[in-house]
Ligand binder design. Structure first.
Ligand SMILES: Nc1nc2c(ncn2[C@@H]2O[C@H](COP(=O)(O)OP(=O)(O)OP(=O)(O)O)[C@@H](O)[C@H]2O)c(=O)[nH]1
Ligand SMILES: [Mg+2]
Length: 349
């Protein structure tokens, strides 16, 4: 799963990126290139499972963060073209809003939102022109495309993001999705506050939270500078610093949970002596689709899954007892994965 980090210049994107991923930024301030690195999703259930299974390795699920440099807003949407191409590919977007120095956060959020609408228009309008020309040949497919793009164009024309459209037909939705429109993606708004406002009581932080709530997004309050300092410490020092600041965990926790909620993701686990591992899948995923996240061969040759829940393990301690208690389920191709399932995929290729 990929999450793009966007925001106006100097909002703290690269600072947050290094804090979340623990990787130094190769490209910073004024660069034209994105930074890309992976962050593990903290998951207390993994520790619980590993306590019973005692594997040689524990592998959390992960999010790939793409830190996209802020462009000069005065330059308009065309200049940011190559940069925004990276944003078109991600699954979700974190928008960092500067709240640490009393700048007008609400104005900034609205300004960036307008930029993104313009960037999407720059994609939709030429696509619509082309579709209209093709539609003259009378092809039904082209006509459907025109209808979808006209709907998208009208929404953007009202300065509204595509994600507010609720009446796309599945066909229209697929056409629009194919364009990688930025305003169609789910948004997590990050209020980057100062160290003195970790609870996010300032008017800037409140403006971000209100904006997120009004726009069907998630909001997280954090101090990117503090988080990047935390990321450099070893575990003991980090826990001490967190406690001193009155924080219960580093920001990757609430941020990853926010992204998972936005994208409707569920976590399932595979377990064995060698490795206990967490995987994320969409909430609509069937057992073969979940197997496909592990390996495409597993999906292709999926036979069935043997499955139980983390809660069964906590109650009964091992698979033998789970089986004896009749809690080891056999699930077929139409099974919808539940959050917290532990799955053995049986497949044949
Ligand atoms: N006081 C304070 N300063 C911060 C915070 N976050 C970022 N900064 C400062 O803001 C400046 C810009 O931070 P960056 O993370 O490079 O900003 P950016 O959004 O990546 O900027 P561009 O890549 O140029 O678009 C740096 O000097 C940071 O030290 C914060 O939480 N508090
Ligand atoms: Mg940067």
């Amino acid at each position: 799963m990929e999450c793009g980090i966007i925001g106006l210049p100097g909002s703290g994107k690269t600072c947050l990126f290094t804090a979340l991923t623990g990787s130094p930024a190769v490209h910073s301030g004024g660069s034209n290139r994105p930074n890309i690195a992976v962050a593990a999703i903290p998951d207390p259930r993994l520790t619980v499972i590993a306590g019973y299974i005692e594997p040689r390795a524990v592998t959390p699920a992960s999010i790939t963060f793409v830190d996209i440099p802020g462009n000069d807003p005065g330059a308009g949407a065309t200049k940011s073209g190559p940069l925004l191409a990276h944003v078109r590919q991600v699954d979700a977007i974190c928008e960092v809003v500067r709240c640490y120095d009393g700048t007008d956060a609400q104005r900034d959020v609205i300004r960036l939102e307008e930029e993104l609408v313009l960037a999407d228009m720059a994609v939709v309008e030429p696509a619509l022109d082309k579709a209209r020309r093709t539609a003259r040949t009378g092809l039904a497919e082209a006509k459907a495309k025109v209808a979808a793009l006209e709907k998208a164009s009208a929404v953007l024309g009202e300065a509204r993001p595509i994600r507010t459209v609720t009446d796309f037909t599945p066909g229209e939705d697929a056409i629009v999705r194919g364009l990688g429109l930025i305003t169609a993606k789910r948004m997590l708004y990050v209020a980057n506050v100062s160290e003195d406002d970790l609870a996010g009581e300032s008017s800037s932080a409140r403006a971000v939270r209100d904006f997120a709530a009004a726009n069907d997004g998630e909001a997280v309050v954090l101090c990117a500078l503090l988080e990047s300092e935390l990321a450099e410490l070893d575990e003991a020092d980090r826990d001490e610093m967190l406690e001193g600041m009155g924080l219960s965990e580093p920001a990757i926790g609430p941020l990853a949970r926010g992204v998972c909620r936005l994208l409707g993701l569920r976590t399932f686990y595979t377990v064995g002596e060698k490795e206990v591992r967490a995987w994320t899948v969409s909430e609509t995923a069937t057992a073969p689709e979940a197997a496909g996240v592990i390996h495409t061969d597993m999906q292709r040759g999926f036979i069935r899954a043997e499955c139980y829940h983390v809660d069964d393990l906590v109650e009964l301690h091992d698979e033998k007892s789970i089986k004896a208690a009749g809690r080891l389920r056999t699930e077929g191709k139409s099974y919808h994965v539940r959050d917290g399932d532990i799955m053995h995929m049986l497949f044949n290729v």
